[in-house]
Design a protein around this ligand. Structure first.
Ligand code: MG
Length: 274
C-alpha cells in the first residue's frame, strides 16, 4: 500500500494511492484490506490535492554519510570503517512538492537524492538478520545540504537541518511492495539536467547494517526516518560547482517509490519566528 498525507478542501487527511487518485482512509487504514477494499472506495484525483510529508514530524531523522561507492570516490574522502551517521533536525521536513528555501546566509545549496527507510516498530539491539522486521516502508528523501554550514562543523547538523531542507514522500510505500530495497534506481534532476543516476545496490553499509548499528546505540521508534546515503553527482564536486538557486526545480525519483519535485525560493521573511 502507498500511504499519503494530503490536504483536500482545506482538510488534512490520510489516504491510499490508487493510480492517479488518493482514497481517503479516515482512521480506518488498519482495518482495510488494500486489495479488496481500497479499489471500491471513492478516490480524489491527485491533481486536486496537496501532498504533505508522509511523516509530519519524525521522532528522529537520521542520515548516513559517505555510503555510496561512487559518491565516496567523488568526494576523495577516506573510506569509513563503520557507518557514518548524522541528524537532520525533524523541523526540516518538507512535503514532496513544497518550496525549498535558499538560505539568507549561504548560496551553497546542494541536493542529495536518497532512499529513506521508515521504522515501524519500537526496537533496540536489532540483529542485522532481523532488521527488515522493523521496517514499515520506504520513501524518497532529498537530503538538502548547505555545504559551507555542513563543513563548518564536524557534526554536520546545522548544514543538514535548515528549515524545508528535508523534502520527503511523495508517499510511504509499505515494505511488502518493495521486493529488494537494495536494487532501486535513484535519479536526481536539477531543472532538466540529470545530475544523479545511481542504485541502492551501491550502498557501502546496507540497510540491515544501518539499522543494527543505530539500534545498538539507541531505541528506534515508529516514524523514525533513516536517509541511507546519496550516490555520485552532488553539486559541490562538479567543475564548476553546481548550486541550487531560486527558481530552480529539483526532482528526485526512486523506482517504485515515486518522485519529489521541489522549487527553490529565497528564504521568505515569514520564516522569522516571533
Ligand atoms: Mg545525504
Amino acid at each position: 500500500m502507498r500511504l499519503a498525507r494530503f490536504v483536500h478542501d482545506g482538510t488534512e487527511q490520510i489516504g491510499a494511492i490508487a493510480g492517479d487518485a488518493v482514497i481517503p482512509l479516515p482512521g480506518r487504514a488498519s482495518v482495510l484490506d488494500p486489495v479488496t477494499d481500497v479499489p471500491r472506495l471513492p478516490g480524489i484525483p491527485l491533481a486536486e490535492v496537496r501532498l504533505l510529508a508522509p511523516i509530519a514530524r519524525p521522532p528522529k531523522f537520521l542520515a548516513a554519510g559517505l555510503n555510496f561507492e561512487d559518491h565516496l570516490k567523488e568526494t576523495g574522502m577516506a573510506r569509513p570503517a563503520s557507518p557514518v551517521f548524522f541528524n537532520k533536525q525533524s523541523t526540516c521536513v518538507a512535503g514532496p512538492h513544497d518550496d525549498v528555501h535558499k538560505p539568507r546566509v549561504s548560496d551553497l545549496l546542494d541536493y542529495e537524492g536518497e532512499l529513506g527507510v521508515v521504522i515501524g516498530t519500537r526496537c533496540r539491539h536489532v540483529p542485522a538478520a532481523a532488521a527488515f522486521e522493523v521496517v514499515a516502508g520506504y520513501l524518497v528523501v532529498n537530503d538538502v545540504t548547505v555545504r559551507d554550514w555542513q563543513l563548518n562543523s564536524p557534526t554536520m547538523t546545522l548544514g543538514k537541518s535548515f528549515d524545508t531542507h528535508g523534502p520527503t514522500g511523495p508517499w510511504l510505500t509499505t515494505a511488502d511492495e518493495i521486493a529488494d530495497p537494495h536494487d532501486l534506481r535513484i535519479r536526481t534532476w536539477l531543472n532538466d539536467q540529470l545530475v544523479q543516476d545511481g542504485s541502492t545496490r551501491d550502498m557501502i553499509f546496507d540497510i540491515p547494517t544501518q539499522i543494527a548499528t543505530l539500534s545498538t546505540a539507541f531505541t528506534l521508534e515508529p516514524g523514525d526516518i533513516i536517509a541511507t546515503g546519496t550516490p555520485a553527482g552532488v553539486g559541490i564536486v562538479r567543475q564548476p560547482p553546481l548550486w541550487m538557486k531560486p527558481g530552480d526545480v529539483v526532482s528526485v525519483e526512486i523506482d517504485g517509490l515515486g518522485a519529489l519535485r521541489n522549487t527553490i525560493i529565497d528564504e521568505p521573511d515569514s520564516t522569522v519566528a516571533r
